[in-house]
Design a protein around this ligand. Structure first.
Ligand code: SF4
Length: 576
């Protein structure tokens, strides 16, 4: 290959050398591409380290693999790095024509059409090519005069002149990228909402929801996926081993029966009781962002494997925000108001559908109202807790009246008792809350928040306070409604579905009954719970529909927006 050695015409002189402290991280050319597309996209990827492998990204890679196979006789996939420029990247192809070096980029999509309908490069593609030209010039000490971009959807070739103005654009982009890297503030969403519709990070960035924050008349388009069809694999049989086989998870039961699960179908692995997972499978799940969680035989959530996505920046913002008592109090107030309104509205809804006299329900509805009104004026977390406790006592005192006459005495509910559950109804509630806590913790880990730092619950047990906070929104729709409906429909067998034991407690060894779900009962509950998570629900604030299992993540992301410059949408709904 010939290399033109024409004199160097100050091609990259405008680009300042990097600060030595920043050299450890040269900027990827593809990151400059993201920056030109949208500064917020650059920030989410480069600073917060969030990536989404969507279909377009995979399709782009496939195109490059195919080109690498056919482009014989030329330099393809050329890796370039310059510490002086603070840039690095992999150029698709480099060709020599008439003594000139010409960098090539290949794009899967269509080109831009200007006012004259002539093919043009998109600004982000153009900047990317200019940056590669600067890297080539620095590496080979040549002047590059032109670069080319082929848009494969239309088989159009666009020529991009490499001139001083273009080199200055690269310099300015590098300076902007460095500044954004140092910032702890996420840039605002782009004004051009058409860019968001094609952006792979839209489900993370939530641009439509951010626009709604600033303009309450905005009608968001749903860019957040309505459902997650990946399975939650519950490993219930003690002694089952979870391992890895190629791109599959391998479940081996005690009798050596094997079940192979393709990894793309799995969203979580939940190990109940004494099932096991290999180190290889743990690494595999970590790399594929698959949640791994442990639940005791009694249904207590023991914890999860932390595959947390995103950089420390998100947690720094969380620590800063939640260290402020006022922020914590405001968030807690919103949360408790949303939760208690849901409880009262649920009782009112049942009241409308039943003709029977239900004095406890009527009384709870009446007494809850002034207490909920006073939540707005609670001046401390302790005060809030006090009101919430009184409202919860009224709500639970009304629940027994909601059970139908056909419910057998064993499944009746008298009052709320916690671990260990002393009756079947509380056993069902406790098991459900454990599964819910797991799912909320999974959502928090998935988006890179610290579950151990909350704004309302205090660290007392091993349960992560932020997950306990967030799950308050979902206790009623996901667990309490499910338990009430399934008990009223006669879906539980008092003997087969439960295991009862009596133990001595305290110095006097007072005999206390403990009730747990049997293996069959756990299987049945998990089936009902997973089905409930798939129910579609229209979010009253954003106005679009999604499943509960997606709502966990959406609400966690809206919570994070409360301290990331786009507040106002978290806990803004209640069950109607
Ligand atoms: S979704 Fe829109 S605002 Fe968000 S990063 Fe992408 S282009 Fe930028």
């Amino acid at each position: 290959m010939e290399i033109d050695t024409d004199p160097w015409l100050e091609p990259t002189a405008a680009i300042p050398a990097s600060d030595p402290s920043e050299l450890a991280g040269t900027i990827r050319v593809s990151a400059l591409h993201a920056l030109a597309y949208c500064p917020r996209l650059f920030y989410l990827e480069e600073v917060e380290e969030l990536y989404v492998q969507d279909a377009a990204v995979f399709a782009g890679r496939k195109l490059h693999e195919e080109l690498a196979e056919v482009a014989e006789g030329e330099w393809v996939e050329l890796t370039l790095e310059s510490e002086a420029l603070g840039l690095r990247g992999k150029l698709d192809a480099l060709r020599s024509r008439d003594g000139q070096l010409i960098p090539y980029e290949h794009k899967r999509g269509r080109c831009r059409r200007g006012p004259s309908k002539q093919p043009e490069a998109w600004p982000s593609d153009r900047l990317q090519l200019l940056a590669y030209a600067c890297l080539l010039e620095a590496a080979l000490n040549v002047q590059v005069q032109e670069g080319r971009i082929r848009y494969h959807a239309e088989n159009v070739l666009v020529r991009v002149p490499i001139d001083p103005a273009g080199r200055a654009e690269v310099a300015a982009a590098i300076a902007q990228a460095r500044e954004l890297r140092r910032s702890t503030q996420r840039p605002p969403v782009t004004d051009n909402d058409r860019l968001c519709a094609r952006c792979s990070l839209a489900p993370v960035c939530l641009p439509e929801e951010a626009r709604l924050v600033h303009d309450r008349g905005w009608e968001p388009v749903r860019l957040f996926p309505a459902d997650d069809d990946r399975e939650v694999v519950h490993v219930l049989e003690a002694g089952t081993r979870v391992g890895r086989k190629g791109e599959q998870l391998k479940l081996t039961q005690r009798d050596n029966a094997v079940n192979l699960l393709p990894v793309e179908r799995v969203g979580q692995v939940v190990l109940h009781s004494y099932s096991q997972i290999s180190t290889q499978a743990l690494h595999f799940c970590h790399d594929r962002a698959i949640g791994v969680h442990f639940v005791s035989g009694g249904g207590r959530y023991m914890g999860g494997f932390d595959y947390r996505a995103g950089s420390i920046q998100r947690r720094v913002r969380q620590y800063c925000a939640l260290s402020d008592p006022n922020t914590s109090l405001q968030l807690a107030r919103k949360l408790v108001i949303a939760k208690t309104k849901s409880q009262r509205q649920f009782l009112m809804r049942v009241r409308r559908t039943r003709s029977a006299v239900l004095p406890l329900v009527d009384s709870a509805i009446i007494q809850m109202k002034p207490l909920i009104d006073r939540l707005e004026r609670a001046e401390s977390l302790a005060g809030l807790l006090g009101f919430e406790g009184k409202i919860a006592a009224l709500y639970f005192s009304a629940l027994p009246s909601l059970l139908v006459e056909t419910v057998p005495p064993e499944l009746q509910f008298s009052d709320r008792n916690r671990r260990p559950p002393r009756d079947r109804f509380n056993c069902l509630l406790g098991f459900g809350y454990g599964l819910l806590l797991k799912d909320i913790t999974n959502a928090l880990i998935a988006i890179g928040l610290e579950p151990a730092l909350g704004f309302y619950h205090q660290p007392r047990s091993q349960a992560p306070p932020l997950a306990l906070d967030l799950m308050e929104l979902f206790r009623l729709p996901l667990v309490e409604l499910l338990v009430l409906a399934s008990v009223n429909r006669g879906m539980w067998q008092p003997e087969e579905d439960f295991a009862i034991c009596t133990v001595g407690r305290g110095k006097a060894q007072q005999q206390v009954q403990q009730v747990w779900l049997s293996d069959e009962g756990r299987r049945k509950f998990i089936q009902l719970y997973e089905r409930r998570k798939q129910d579609v629900w229209k979010h009253p604030v954003t106005g679009y529909s999604l499943t509960y299992r997606r709502l966990f993540e959406l609400e966690a992301r809206l919570l994070e927006k409360e301290w990331s410059g786009e507040p106002g949408l978290f806990a803004a709904w209640s069950v109607r």
